[in-house]
Design a protein around this ligand. Structure first.
Ligand SMILES: Nc1ccn([C@@H]2O[C@@H]3COP(=O)(O)O[C@H]3[C@H]2O)c(=O)n1
Ligand SMILES: [Zn+2]
Ligand SMILES: [Zn+2]
Length: 245
């Protein structure tokens, strides 16, 4: 079976017409949820999907549009089947996820006192390939987003680059394509204004055609319809559509 990608959402953090930029990666008998933002529970509901169908979740970084749905995910599973979700995350984010993001909402004295009480935690090292299922491998690549904030893009099956939120890294993208065997790039994209913490459309348009032709844009704002046909050949990833990886 070919691996498929379905975006729960393709929106930027504050988009209102699109759900948060989270994805389902589906192989035979294995579904991975990539990031679980504030809107992920509602997006799953609208797709008629349940977190019960997800084997594992993977976190790129600790912003609410990427991790804000984990409290609901954990408590929903706890109060239904009692199953602990497998949580794959960069090792550097394990303590901050609990201490800065989830402890406040999940803590129950003597019952839930650590991440391990609600998840099967599997810390991942960057630059290391992990086999998640017979059809899916993942490798974390640390990429810049906000100073002092760890953020990790993904190399899927060693041929598809899935960006976390990141600032422009033309050398990385060029290297991945020309010598890293990368045939597809899913990239976050800020359509308007200065990039600062994201890569802008103008920056991506400055890449050479051999790189641009592999790029699909995601994590965009509500102004996206105004930019269709104005992206120098890069297409927009659409939420809820199923793509072959
Ligand atoms: N220094 C910062 C930090 C954050 N932000 C905005 O907050 C959002 C958090 O989620 P995101 O998807 O990383 O996008 C960030 C910026 O919109 C920003 O614009 N500048
Ligand atoms: Zn984001
Ligand atoms: Zn972010």
């Amino acid at each position: 079976m070919t691996v498929k990608l379905q975006m729960l959402g393709t929106g930027s953090a504050f988009a209102k017409n699109y759900f948060n930029n989270n994805a389902l990666l589906m192989g035979s008998g294995y579904t991975l949820l990539i990031d679980c933002g504030i809107t992920a529970p509602l997006a799953m509901h609208e797709l008629g999907r349940s977190f019960e169908e997800v084997e594992a979740t993977l976190i790129t970084h600790l912003h609410a549009d990427h991790v804000g749905g984990f409290e609901e995910l954990a408590l929903t599973l706890r109060h239904t089947t009692g199953r602990k979700m497998t949580l794959l995350l960069p090792e550097a984010l394990v303590d901050p996820l609990w201490e800065h993001t989830l402890m406040c909402g999940l803590y129950q004295k003597g019952i839930i006192t650590s991440l391990d009480d609600v998840f099967h935690v599997r810390p991942l090292k960057p630059d290391t390939m992990y086999t998640l299922s017979p059809e899916i491998t993942v490798r974390l690549i640390r990429t810049p987003h906000i100073p002092g904030k760890d953020s990790y893009s993904l190399m899927l099956n060693e041929e598809v680059f899935y960006s976390a939120d990141m600032t422009f890294e033309p050398e990385l993208l060029t290297r991945l394509v020309r010598s890293g065997g990368c045939r597809k790039i899913y990239h976050d994209c800020q359509l308007e204004g200065a990039g600062v913490v994201h890569t802008t459309l103008e920056e991506l348009k400055s890449l050479t055609e051999d790189i641009r032709s592999r790029i699909s844009l995601m994590h965009y704002g509500d102004e996206k319809p105004d930019y269709v046909g104005k992206t120098s050949g890069m297409d927009f990833l659409e939420q809820h559509v199923v793509y072959y990886l």
